[in-house]
Design a protein around this ligand. Sequence first.
Ligand SMILES: [Zn+2]
Length: 83
Amino acid sequence: MILRNGGFVLRINELLLKDRDVVRAVIIHELVHMRLKSRWHNDKFYSMLFTYIDEEEYWRLYERMNEIVADHLIQRLRQQRQR
Ligand SMILES: [Zn+2]
């Protein structure tokens, strides 16, 4: 996240910390935002991103990240139903 004063804050969902490859992909993603000083996901963003991480690997990790978050949400819904 880029701050108004030009600073930068990198926030990572705690759930993702269990997978180091996902963490690496998230950090690279955020560093590209920082380098471009932009929060947009446009062609320029992706072309720089894929100089730091293989495109196929990135999308595989992106999918894994979504699975981690989805599994967590499904578990929470199940727990709520059991109450
Ligand atoms: Zn982004």
